[in-house]
Design a protein around this ligand. Structure first.
Ligand code: CTP
Length: 409
């Protein structure tokens, strides 16, 4: 993923600067065009020549040392960067970034950059936990800056705690992932993907119904990401509170029975089904044609079971790859595995709806994916868009979808 990308590595003044050498080596080996900026402090720990030798490019240390008279170095570098990573990032450089200071080559470049920026902090544990540092990091997070968390262990200052620069391979893997998310390969090109989203609406009478809290966010995110991965996407949606995605075929339904019809009609031409909808398990047995009038003190509503759409697909499937969802409050793995088997899915995505970062209406989700053998992947708390992409990348891999040449967006 990093091949041909210009990655600017900002090295600030901490003992962990030596680890940035290994990071630059990895990125160079991965085919990236690595440009290093060192702060004055960094150059006290490692010489610019070390980075120059690894990257085969002159190292930037001074804003005013303009090597090419035709450009302004920090603007030119910021414009050319596909990605900037500051590793190690000291408390000082983090503070400067948070407050928009630009007093050296690294901070001027960071201010001029519009590409994604990743920060890998390294410092003493007490510094890392200091409210000023925590607040500065939060400010940066809110601006979209990403962090590769430091590790916990023996620190150079003698303390044991959190503050050790993440390992170079971990930072490199994070950067790969980021590039992948920004420019996903068209792994699903030529595939027809059917996604269901939202909560079904089961009519009681013309003005009343039974539904659930599903917002459609997760299903919509999956539809958008499937389209980015090159698929031809049909989105069958019921009750939703989100803006509809663009570039996909939209099929609006109301009840579980409508959804069943819409899905079955398209199933034979479909390669992948992702059933993110929250389908009502029961519907009123006799929906009234006219508004039910208030009469007795009690009203009993008789419900009958809806068909299980996913299980029906599981029975009928030939070539189709089936991904189901399992919203659970307890015994996640047990329930997810039972659903996977009962509905004959290839993957089931479970989330704990009691988790404050997961479930209905939230912008984030914490997905745990299971296959026939048990746990297949667990993703950390991610935005629903990122979670959707990770899920589809795993799905595409399981479907055996290859990467076409030049498949980037
Ligand atoms: N599902 C379906 N048709 C139904 C019920 C559920 O297609 N009538 C699908 C959902 O879209 C989801 C998966 O089955 O992909 C699991 O849904 P969930 O509501 O978690 O499970 P249920 O089978 O309804 O079991 P329970 O309510 O007992 O947890």
């Amino acid at each position: 993923m990093l091949k041909g990308k210009t990655v600017v590595v900002g090295v600030s003044g901490g003992i962990a600067a030596y680890k940035a050498v290994a990071l630059c080596s990895r990125l160079t080996q991965a085919g990236a065009n690595v440009r290093v900026i060192m702060t004055e402090g960094a150059a006290k720990f490692v010489t610019p020549l070390t980075f120059q030798s690894i990257t085969r490019h002159a190292v930037y240390t001074d804003t005013f040392d303009e090597q090419d008279a035709s450009v302004i170095a920090h603007i030119d570098l910021a414009d050319r960067a596909d990605l900037i990573v500051v590793a190690p990032a000291t408390a000082n450089v983090i503070a400067k970034m948070a407050h928009g200071l630009a007093d050296d080559m690294l901070t001027t470049t960071l201010l001029a950059a519009t590409c994604p920026i990743v920060v890998a902090p390294a410092m003493n544990v007490h510094m890392y936990e200091h409210p000023a540092v925590v607040e500065n990091m939060n400010t940066l997070r809110l601006r979209g800056i990403r962090f590769v968390e430091p590790g916990t262990g023996q620190l150079a200052c003698g303390y044991v705690g959190k503050g050790r620069l993440a390992e170079p391979e971990q930072i490199a893997a994070y950067l790969e992932q980021l590039v992948m998310e920004n420019e996903p390969p068209k792994l699903l090109a030529g595939k027809r993907v059917l996604i269901t989203a939202g909560g079904t609406v089961e009519r009681i009478d013309p003005v009343r119904y039974i539904t659930n809290d599903s917002s459609g966010k997760m299903g919509f995110a999956i539809a958008e990401q499937a389209r980015r991965l090159g698929a031809e996407v049909t989105l069958v949606y019921a009750s939703v509170s989100e803006k509809l995605p663009e570039g996909v075929e939209l099929v609006r339904v109301q009840s579980a029975l409508d959804m069943m019809d819409a899905v079955l009609e398209r199933f034979s031409d479909t390669d992948l089904v992702v059933k993110a909808a929250a389908v009502a398990d029961y519907r009123p047995a006799e929906p009234a044609a006219q508004k039910i009038k208030k009469q007795e003190d009690e009203l009993t509503l008789r419900l009958v079971k809806n068909p299980d759409i996913l299980a029906a697909l599981g029975q009928r499937k030939t070539k189709q790859f089936l991904v189901g969802f399992a919203a659970e409050t307890n015994d996640l793995e047990l329930h997810a595995m039972q659903k996977l088997q009962r509905k004959n899915c290839d993957l089931i995505v479970a989330n704990d709806v009691t988790d404050p970062l997961a479930g209905f209406g939230k912008d984030t989700n914490v997905l745990h994916v299971f296959d026939g053998n048990g746990p297949a992947a667990s993703f950390p708390p991610l935005s629903k868009h990122e979670a959707a992409l990770r899920l589809l990348l795993l799905t595409a891999e399981r479907m055996g979808c290859g990467r076409p040449a030049g498949g980037n967006e």
